[in-house]
Ligand binder design. Structure first.
Ligand code: 8X3
Length: 249
């Protein structure tokens, strides 16, 4: 039985992906910072597949390695979905908040590296595995005030390409999915709970839903093993690039 480990599984794209993969009969290791939410999701999904929860923050190096070492032996480590990450703030670089910068680099970049580092040896020893990194359109282009968030997602793009090359001799699939506007808690977190500001991001057009992205992840993981979807930019039809969105008045 295949197992997928999903970081940031308690909300947004991670949560929708857990549901989509459980529907495919893929066992799950769901990771997040909130135990109650993990327990809730586990009770929803365990009717379909075996589910193990791991409560840790990807920013915490020690916790990452300790928790991943505790995964029971019946959960193999076939698929890793590096989804945990967020945007904090949207302001000119000269006005950037240092805590926001640390949070974005520590989770979006370093957290992804820590979790990957903990899983890669298992994949290498088996000569198979699949790593899917959730990037962003912000990893393909920069936009005004996006600065450090864009830098963190450009790093995800670079890390994905590096993994593709370095893991190539080991038979491991690696790819990234780079979504544009997805209606999740993303903007509420970016704007520190200002829901009015967050809602205005998705005003006047139909953004992607977390389920739209999860559907694509389900497609990516179910390709025959010789097919590796390495790089996908996924936008709502109303979005042309990071700053061009056709909104109804
Ligand atoms: C989320 C999309 O455009 O806010 O990563 O950067 S965007």
């Amino acid at each position: 039985m295949k197992t997928a480990l999903i970081t940031g599984a308690t909300s947004g794209i991670g949560n929708a992906t857990a549901i989509a993969l459980a529907n495919l009969g893929i066992q799950l290791v769901i990771c997040g910072r909130r135990q109650e939410r993990l327990t809730e999701l586990k009770s929803l999904l365990r009717k379909k597949v075996a589910v193990h929860t791991l409560c840790f923050d990807v920013q915490d190096k020690k916790q990452v390695f300790e928790q991943i070492a505790r995964i029971p032996a019946n959960f193999s480590k076939d698929i890793l979905i590096n989804n945990a990450g967020n945007a904090h703030g949207l302001s000119p670089i000269q006005d950037g908040n240092l805590e926001d910068w640390d949070a974005m680099i520590d989770s979006n970049v370093k957290g992804l590296l820590y979790v990957s580092k903990a899983l890669m040896p298992h994949m290498i020893s088996r000569g198979s595995g699949h790593i899917i990194n959730i990037g962003s359109i912000a990893g393909k282009e920069i936009y005004p005030n996006g600065n450090v968030y864009c830098a963190s997602k450009h790093a995800v793009d670079a890390i994905t390409k590096s993994m593709l090359v370095d893991l190539n001799p080991h038979g491991i699939r690696v790819g990234a999915i780079h979504p544009g506007a997805v209606a999740t808690e993303f903007s509420t977190i970016r704007f520190k709970g200002d829901t009015q500001k967050a809602d205005s991001v998705y005003h006047g057009f139909e953004p992607l839903s977390a389920e739209d992205v999860a559907d694509i992840i389900a497609f990516v993981v179910t390709r025959p093993y010789h097919v590796n979807i390495a790089d996908l930019l996924v936008l709502p039809t109303a979005q042309g690039n990071a700053v061009t969105i056709h909104r109804e008045k």
